[in-house]
Design a protein around this ligand. Structure first.
Ligand SMILES: [Zn+2]
Length: 120
């Protein structure tokens, strides 16, 4: 009953969610993950989160390099460096969302991975 989401099965809305609206989609995903972690997630939000996680699975699947590359565009890398500088420069803690975003970006961006060493 747990249907696999594939590129072919994506609706136009879902396609937009993982391309041009990815930032918004991902932010929402982390909000829901935080709710789930703190135990305050509603059943409806649980369903929404499962859906978003499937979309992430599509992004990470081998056949979708173009989308992954879109996520690692120059603008995105600049954002990653900005976050990293905040982390490094002032010793400020990043918001959980930003922190997770940065980790996700490094996971998919080889170029940044060579320049940014996250504290463990
Ligand atoms: Zn990058």
């Amino acid at each position: 009953m747990d249907n696999e989401v594939t590129l072919e099965s994506l609706t136009a809305d879902e396609m937009r969610m993982i391309t041009s609206d990815w930032d918004t989609t991902n932010r929402r995903r982390f909000e829901l993950i935080e709710k789930k972690t703190s135990g305050s997630i509603t059943p409806e939000q649980g369903v929404e989160l499962a859906h978003l996680q499937k979309l992430v699975g599509v992004i990470r699947s081998e056949g979708l390099r173009p989308f992954v590359e879109k996520l690692t565009s120059a603008q995105t890398c600049e954002k990653a460096r900005r976050l990293y500088n905040t982390l490094e420069g002032c010793g400020n803690d990043l918001a959980p969302y930003s922190w997770q975003w940065l980790k996700d970006h490094l996971e998919s961006c080889e170029s940044c991975r060579t320049k940014i060493q996250l504290p463990s």
